[in-house]
Structures are given as C-alpha cells and as structure tokens.
Write a protein that binds this ligand. Structure first.
Ligand code: FAD
Ligand code: DHB
Length: 389
C-alpha cells in the first residue's frame, strides 16, 4: 500500500487531520487498534473551545454540533459557600460549547466513511520504520491477520499517550517535561437533569468537585480523589454523598442512575520537539494536560490544524518551512495551555499536604477572581481558547 500521510490513531487528532487533509486533496490512511464501537463510545472530554466549534462548522461537520451542542456563555466558580458566575460572552465576547468528545469522534468517522475514505480498525502490532530519512513505512497486522506495509511521505503519530510512535523515536532525541499531581478525578456519568445551566467548578475543603453535563438529561460529575483511588470503595451512595457535600451548597443536585464510573490520574507532560524526521507527533502522543482547564482535545485539534496547513503548503508549493517550524509553532500554544491547566488545577484542588496558609492563599486568589474583571478576562481568554498567531 502507499499513501501520502500515514496516520496512526483515530482519536480527535488523527480523524481531524485526515478530514482536513482530504479537503486539501491530500491522501491519507488512518490506522486504529480499537473497534469503531469502542472509539465512538469512549466518554472523555466535553468542552469545546469556540474556534474548534467554528472549525467543525466551517469544514462541514457542524450539523449535529449546532443542533445538540450546548452553547455556554461562561462557567461558575463555587467557594466559601457562594457561587460566582463568570460570563465569558460579556467579558470578552466569546463562548464555549459542551458537546462530548465521542460525539465529535462519531461525526468525524461518519464524514470519513461517508466520503469514501477508509479507517482500518482493530489493527495489531503497529510499527513505524525509516521515518528519520527518506522512506517512512508503517507495518501492521490487519483485523483478519494479514501483514501489511504502507509506504508514506510522512507519518502522523496521533496515537495518544500509550501509542507506539513516540517510543519509536531514538532515545535522547526527545526531552520530556513532566509533573505528577498527587490526586486524580473520580468521574461519573449519571441520568440526572442539570441542576444548573452551566458548569460549576467547586473549591471545597473536602476536595475539588466539578459539575458538567452532556445533555438536558445527562450529568457528568467529577470529584478530586487519590491518584490510585480504589473504585470499589466508592459505591454510588458515597459518590452522591460527596457530590452533595462539595457542590450541594451551590446547586440542587438531583440523583439518578450512574451509567459510568472511573478514575483518571492527573499529570502534565510535554515532549520536545514534536517532530523527528518525517514523523510528526500530535495531540496526547506529544503532551498531556490535567483535565481542569478542559484543554486536551482542543490542543489535539490545534496541533493538527497547524500540521494540515503545513502539509498543504508542502504539497501545493513545495514549501518545507511550515513543516520545519511545526513543533515550535505548536509548543508555544501547548505551553500556554499547560500553564493554564496547572493554574486551574492548583487553584481549585486541595493540596495533599495543605496547611492553613495554602488554603487562605487559595481563597484569597478565588476572592480576587470573583471580584476582578481583569482576572476574569484572563481566565475567559484562556478557557475559550487563545487566538492563533
Ligand atoms: P486519543 O483520543 O487518545 O486517540 C488516540 C487513538 O490512538 C486512540 O483511539 C487509540 O486507541 C489509538 N492508538 C493507540 N495506540 C495505537 C496503535 N499502536 N496503533 C493504532 N492506534 C493506536 N480534553 C478537553 O479538551 N476538554 C475536556 O473537557 C477534557 N476532559 C477530559 C476528561 C477525562 C476524564 C479525560 C480522560 C480526558 C479529558 N480530556 C479533555 C482530554 C482528551 O480526552 C484528550 O486530550 C484527547 O482524547 C486527545 O486526543 P488524541 O486524538 O490526541 O488522543
Ligand atoms: C468536562 C471535563 C473537564 O475536564 C472540564 O474541565 C470540564 C468539563 C466534561 O467532561 O464535561
């Protein structure tokens, strides 16, 4: 087989890259180790920055998003027993859309398959070769066990944080910058109607709580917990009890059937550079953010927007400069998103070794945020998505 761009991974990064390339007349093959059902059912991110929603609409993927996505003018912050609304539209004229990542994935898969494109699902033993020099190759075993090789001009490593592309780069060529947080998020999806129209980020002495949603009948709720929390110790009653304690003062939380429960550890990772020869890393394969700033999926799409433009310029005009500056261009945005995600995380979570000084300092910062339009605008600008250069 032969293609122009071989894409490993059918998450938001890989699928969006294939979609943008197709619009430029560039051929690609997408390989995914999971099944279509699995990737379309994987519940993850929910907040879409304004420019991402605009990009989905501009590139023909917006029909369901515009019908079912929930446009939010802002978010709420709860602390010290009161709720403060930050109205992004009033502050900076922007908004966010709440629309599940799996819905974006479904729309992208439908567009690719509907447009005659292919996604090779359930592939195994994926490996990449000769990407340092002239003739990159992807080898894998197909769903029916056939050994296949694809010759490509370029490889896009969109295979997430546990993929094969990043570890295939020779040791010493990449520098990894990392920070572990001493806590995680216990998340549930529940059949309970939203008690509040917009998200609530709650600072509480028992730990952080987050109220989000997926539809007028489905709530998505998170609790700060230990990084290695044992889910067996969290029967539904305990989860609801804790949610009432942390969010209850600020909302009338309705209990409902718990459809899903899971724990996510939290870490920040950036690898530099995001390119090696003809291999380009995009999305979680190059960086992980803690979820508090709702940046992961948005950053993955930002990377492939840059990459698709650089590839289009290369194929159209033979220009290589945008490909050469890919990593530098992406990393400027990545580090700003890392900074914002770290800031939201440390502002809102109870540090494990918190002393009274730390708590007073966090409360002072929250009080400042609640009272200062300048501070609110800085948050709004980062949360809704920084402008591109
Ligand atoms: P992925 O979505 O991980 O996709 C990678 C794909 O590659 C996967 O389908 C995987 O199966 C496939 N793959 C892996 N290895 C191979 C291989 N060897 N061969 C072939 N295929 C392979 N982000 C936000 O923006 N907003 C939020 O509100 C938000 N909330 C989150 C909440 C939670 C609980 C979690 C866990 C994450 C959240 N994120 C959020 C982060 C977001 O989900 C990720 O950043 C996003 O999925 C990254 O997309 P990606 O395409 O880079 O990687
Ligand atoms: C959701 C996830 C986040 O990480 C966040 O900061 C806000 C909302 C969500 O899943 O809806």
């Amino acid at each position: 087989m032969r293609t122009q761009v071989g894409i490993v991974g059918a998450g938001p990064a890989g699928l969006m890259l294939a979609h943008l390339l197709r619009r430029e007349g560039i051929d690609s093959v997408v390989l995914e180790r999971r099944s279509r059902d699995y990737i379309e059912g994987r519940i993850r991110a929910g907040v879409i920055e304004q420019w991402v929603a605009d990009l989905l609409v501009e590139t023909g993927l917006g029909a369901r998003l515009q019908r079912e996505g929930l446009v939010h003018r802002g978010i709420n912050i709860s602390f010290a027993g009161s709720l403060h609304h930050l109205d992004f539209t009033d502050l900076i004229g922007k908004h966010i859309t709440v629309y599940g990542q799996q819905e974006v994935v479904k729309d992208l898969v439908a567009a690719r398959l509907g447009g005659g494109g292919e996604i090779l699902f359930e592939v195994e033993d994926v490996g990449i070769d000769d990407f340092a020099g002239g003739a990159p190759r992807i080898r894998f075993r197909s769903k029916v066990g056939e050994a296949i090789e694809i010759d490509c001009d370029f490889i896009a490593g969109c295979d997430g944080s546990h993929g094969v592309c990043r570890p295939s780069i020779p040791r010493g060529a990449l520098t990894s910058f990392e920070r572990e947080y001493p806590f995680g998020w216990l998340g549930i999806l529940a059949e309970s109607p939203p008690p509040c129209e917009e998200l609530i980020y709650a600072y509480h002495e028992r730990g952080f709580g987050l109220y989000s949603m997926r539809s007028p009948t489905l709530s998505r709720l998170y609790l700060q917990c230990a990084a290695d929390e044992d889910l067996n110790e969290w029967p539904d009653e305990r989860v609801w009890h804790e949610l009432h304690a942390r969010l209850g003062g600020s909302s009338k939380l309705a209990e409902g059937k718990v459809l899903l429960k899971g724990v996510t550890p939290m870490r920040s990772v950036v690898v530099e550079p995001m390119q090696y020869g003809k291999l380009f890393l995009a999305g979680d394969s190059a960086h992980i953010v803690p979820p508090t700033g709702a940046k992961g999926m948005n950053l993955a799409i930002a990377d492939v927007r840059v990459l698709a433009r650089a590839l289009a310029e290369f194929y159209r005009f033979g220009r290589g400069d945008l490909l050469e500056s890919y990593s530098h261009t992406c990393l400027r945005r990545v580090w700003k998103a890392q900074r914002f995600s770290w800031w939201m995380t440390t502002l809102l979570h109870q540090p494990v070794d918190a002393n009274a000084f730390d708590r007073r300092r966090q409360l002072a910062e929250l009080d400042y945020l609640a009272g200062s339009r300048h501070a609110q605008r800085a948050l709004a600008e980062n949360y809704t998505g920084l402008p591109f250069d």
